[in-house]
Design a protein around this ligand. Structure first.
Ligand SMILES: Cc1cc2nc3c(=O)[nH]c(=O)nc-3n(C[C@H](O)[C@H](O)[C@H](O)COP(=O)(O)O)c2cc1C
Length: 359
């Protein structure tokens, strides 16, 4: 039976082990959405993971909602990602770009170029975001016209092509946490009367068409997607998330995608996420959320997952794979520096080793 240190194939990706680094926004890119030398070090330090899923990357200007998040929508960003992916590959790792369009979860003060906020419907999220000017309410979005939707999907596809040009091995579509794809799927944020709203089969259409466009752009076996049915984060509400996500998984099960990345979190409307996924998805599965090493091994040996994603453990343990393998102690992370600029709390967590000698 497979364990954490056994290789696995997810679509076109040959992982050296089944330890995936979960996507984590860390807000260290430059204001123009370009990654810099800090990101090169950060990802290189963690490249012994079988697969790194990058922080959320905006596929367009309108997709940016938070401070200092990186993009993949202009040539300078593509060039600036190349040293990051090269560093990961040089250390023997693989890296997927997580494509994250925030939709209505945006504050104007976090956008260098200024742009309007768009979403399926003109319903504001009751959420405040950190901005350099203080906490700000998210804006009331403008509802996308039906004729505009193909352009938004096209932005995702262009970003996926840019990701490959930048050296990424795959792309992951962020479909949870209250961002644009989740806004389309949820009845509380989507009251459209066209083919993208109404019944679940219509509300999933944006996500299905985006995944199809990504597959067309870079090959289905280099496309993953992340879901967490019923996740209320960012003021999201769907009347029946199990039915909506069941329909989504049914619709994309046959596309030959690289993996489904499931946040296995019990929420009031969905008590058993894994059972839901098992009933509708037959491709490779990555599981995440508050999983420690013993539970990860149990999930793998029972065949419940093909790989396990760890988020917070990777923050302060860049060499998490070695620490798991050798049973070494795990370091705690500093919450105050999760999104703060600079190297502190980002690239200065040491790998395991003897304490430095003070002279
Ligand atoms: C600082 C931080 C930033 C995060 N940013 C993202 C993100 O950009 N995209 C995403 O899908 N999840 C994001 N997450 C969620 C993580 O990927 C993961 O689901 C979560 O930390 C639970 O896994 P864990 O218990 O192993 O930490 C973030 C989590 C943290 C702690």
């Amino acid at each position: 039976m497979a364990g954490l240190f056994d290789p696995v194939r997810l679509g076109a990706l040959d992982l050296a082990n089944r330890i995936v680094m979960a996507p984590m926004t860390r807000s260290r890119a430059d204001d123009d959405g370009r990654p810099n030398a800090l990101l090169v070090d950060y990802y290189r330090q963690r490249a012994t993971a079988g697969l790194i899923v990058s922080e959320g990357i905006q596929p367009s200007i309108a997709g940016k909602g938070y401070a200092r998040t990186p993009g993949l929508h202009e040539a300078g960003q593509v060039a600036a990602w190349q040293p990051v992916t090269a560093a990961v590959h040089g250390a023997g790792g693989l890296i997927a770009a997580q494509l994250m369009h925030v939709g209505r979860i945006a504050a104007a003060a976090n956008r260098l170029w200024g742009t309007e906020t768009i979403a399926p419907s003109a319903i504001a999220a009751r959420v405040k975001l950190w901005t350099p000017e203080g906490m700000r309410a998210t804006e009331t979005p403008r509802a996308l016209e039906t004729a505009e939707i193909a352009g938004v999907i096209g932005d995702y596809a262009a970003a996926a092509r840019n990701a490959v040009a930048a050296g990424f091995d795959a792309v992951e579509l962020h479909c949870t946490s209250g961002y644009l794809p989740a806004q389309f799927m949820a009845s509380g944020s989507n009251v459209r009367s066209d083919g993208y709203g109404g019944a679940a089969i219509n509300r999933i259409r944006f996500v299905v068409e985006t995944l199809e466009a990504l597959a067309e752009a870079v090959g289905a076996d280099r496309v993953g997607f992340r879901i967490c049915p019923g996740n209320p984060f960012n003021d999201l509400f769907d009347e029946d998330p199990a039915a909506t996500h069941g329909a989504l998984l049914d619709a994309v099960d046959g596309l030959g995608l690289a993996y489904c990345h499931l946040i296995d979190m019990t929420v009031p409307q969905v008590v058993d996420q894994r059972a839901l996924a098992a009933a509708h998805w037959h491709g490779p599965l990555i599981l995440n959320e508050s999983i420690d090493q013993p539970r990860a091994e149990a999930l793998l040996t029972t065949g419940a997952a093909d790989a396990i994603a760890f988020g917070r453990l990777f923050v302060a343990n860049p060499d998490l794979v070695r620490r798991f393998r050798e049973g070494l102690a795990l370091a705690p992370f500093d919450a105050a520096t999760l999104y703060a600029p600079g190297a502190a709390g980002y690239t200065d967590y040491p790998a395991w080793g003897p304490a430095p000698v003070r002279r």
